[in-house]
Design a protein around this ligand. Structure first.
Ligand SMILES: Cc1cc2nc3c(=O)[nH]c(=O)nc-3n(C[C@H](O)[C@H](O)[C@H](O)COP(=O)(O)O)c2cc1C
Length: 248
């Protein structure tokens, strides 16, 4: 009996859900199964895994204060499947949202809680994470920091024969500590939930966020989305662009 982790983000790559799921997996020892839920074609493959699982962990984004519609479709099938096969799994949930307050995931958590009682499953609890997009960016920044450290070390070896450029290591250490600090709330609550998943107990609903002050978050988020918008179809994703009127 192994825990089943379901990444429910509809994105193909670089989704925040994949990041939080990989962190959650660190805190659950033993054999684990991870599946991706994007389209109805994934349903049968995931449902089959339920027969061999004692716990299922949904990791998903918050969409319009609720559960994304493709996940709702899956949950309808899941309910029927679990009832038909008398499965009484424990269900846990990791939800992340773009705005800074993790508590915005509360309605989504309640939906899962009600779903569990309706489908005859055990509600294990969840972690709601605010600033999901920005936390996801921290892992990319960390990879860039490692690349810079390697580059500095190579350059130092070539130029001075020094294998340990102290300045570069101090700068890397400072950046890594800062990124770790941003993620501390998430790591703490995922560690707690990991322990509950292992023991098969309930962990309750917990909310956390990226650990930076809100006014800094807003500043960075504005700059980030302006840059992304410019890359993906112009300023504000075409909000300011002239719209074509469809006839008929
Ligand atoms: C259609 C849609 C609706 C969204 N609704 C909300 C919302 O109500 N509140 C919020 O804070 N973020 C909202 N977001 C932002 C996502 O929750 C956020 O980008 C999340 O990190 C995506 O996770 P993923 O990368 O795992 O897919 C929405 C995003 C999309 C595309």
């Amino acid at each position: 009996m192994k825990p089943l982790f379901i990444n429910c983000s509809p994105k193909k790559r670089f989704c925040a859900s994949a990041y939080f799921l990989s962190l959650q997996r660190l805190f659950v020892r033993g054999e684990k199964v991870t599946k991706k839920l994007r389209t109805p074609a994934d349903h049968a493959r995931i449902l089959m895994e339920f027969n061999d699982a004692q716990a299922v962990v949904f990791c998903l984004p918050l969409y319009v204060d609720g559960i994304p519609s493709h996940v709702l479709r899956f949950m309808e099938e899941m309910e029927a499947y679990c009832k038909k096969n008398s499965l009484h799994l424990s269900l846990y949930c990791i939800a992340n949202n773009g705005f800074i307050e993790g508590r915005q995931n509360e309605p989504l958590m309640q939906s899962f809680e009600h779903f569990c009682s309706r489908a005859g499953l055990t509600w294990g609890g969840g972690v709601g994470i605010g600033g999901g997009v920005m936390l996801n960016v921290t892992r990319i920044v960390f990879v860039v920091d490692i690349a810079l450290l390697v580059l500095n070390t190579v350059l130092s070896m070539i130029n001075t024969g020094n294998f340990f450029p102290k300045e570069a290591w101090i700068s890397f250490g400072e950046n890594a500590a800062l990124l770790l600090y941003f993620n501390l709330g998430v790591l703490f609550y995922l560690a707690r939930m990991g322990s509950s998943i292992r023991k098969g107990t309930a962990s309750g609903k917990k909310y956390t966020r990226i650990l930076i002050p809100s006014f800094i978050f807003i500043l960075f988020a504005d700059v980030f989305f302006i840059i992304i918008s410019l890359f993906e179809g112009g300023l504000f994703r075409g909000w300011l662009a002239k719209k074509e009127i469809e006839n008929g």
